[in-house]
Design a protein around this ligand. Structure first.
Ligand code: AP5
Ligand code: MG
Length: 191
């Protein structure tokens, strides 16, 4: 298996770039944000619990997210690899993911970290909020809270994988195509 984490702050382009990468490399796309939004749409107990956190720009509790990821991995036994988008987001999630992959005799091969300046993130998310229907995009206070959660809790993810030399930084500003070319080069070199 080839497993990749596409890492970066809210609005850095994880979802956008994931689409191209999964199409080119045949990986399974695991976006915890998308899974949580689908639970909310279906009004499941998990979705109802997650919604309050998401609407305030806060992370959903680790146990909820880790359980969901474990189920997704188990539901895709034939996968040749996973692209993790928006997961892991805390040090505890990193440890849990390593354990889940170890059960499948696998591991994270690379962490591609998209670097985008904060004002550009806010601009992108406010722009998308006008049309996306995502409740966490519509106001700047919630967007800034998401970015703060990223600094407080999620930046630790990059440190965790850096100790194993797995992180590659990618300039996340520019055209979608040029950023994809840079990502693809790094994947091609390792897959
Ligand atoms: P999640 O859905 O993961 O959202 P996010 O990380 O806040 O990031 P986004 O999805 O908004 O941004 P993105 O990096 O995917 O960028 P995109 O490609 O969309 O999480 C939502 C919430 O769920 C969290 O706040 C939390 O509550 C909860 N959650 C999820 N995972 C969790 C976890 N593991 N643990 C705990 N809680 C969790 O692009 C953004 C915009 O920019 C788009 O409009 C796009 O068109 C535009 N754009 C993209 N690339 C470019 C470019 N190169 N130039 C100009 N514009 C661009
Ligand atoms: Mg996304």
């Amino acid at each position: 298996m080839f497993n990749l984490i596409l890492f970066g702050p809210p609005g850095s382009g994880k979802g956008t770039q994931s689409e191209n990468i999964i199409a080119a490399f045949g990986l399974k796309h695991l976006s915890t944000g998308n899974l949580l939004r689908s639970e909310i749409t279906q009004q499941t107990p998990l979705g109802l619990e997650a919604k309050n956190f998401m609407d305030q720009g806060q992370l959903v509790p680790d146990a909820v997210v880790i359980g969901m990821v474990g189920n997704f991995i188990d539901a895709n036994p034939g996968a040749t690899g996973f692209l993790f988008d928006g997961f892991p987001r805390t040090a505890a999630q990193c440890v849990a993911l390593d354990a889940l992959l170890k059960e499948k005799s696998s591991e994270i091969n690379i962490v591609l970290a998209l670097e985008v300046a904060e004002e550009e993130l806010v601009k992108r998310l406010l722009g998308r909020g006008a049309t996306s229907g995502r409740s966490d995009d519509t106001n700047e206070t919630v967007i800034r809270a998401r970015i703060q959660e990223y600094h407080d809790k999620t930046a630790a993810v990059e440190k965790y994988y850096a100790q194993f030399d797995k992180v590659v930084s990618i300039q996340g500003e520019g055209t979608v195509e040029s950023i994809y070319d840079d990502l693809k080069k790094e994947i091609d070199a390792r897959i």
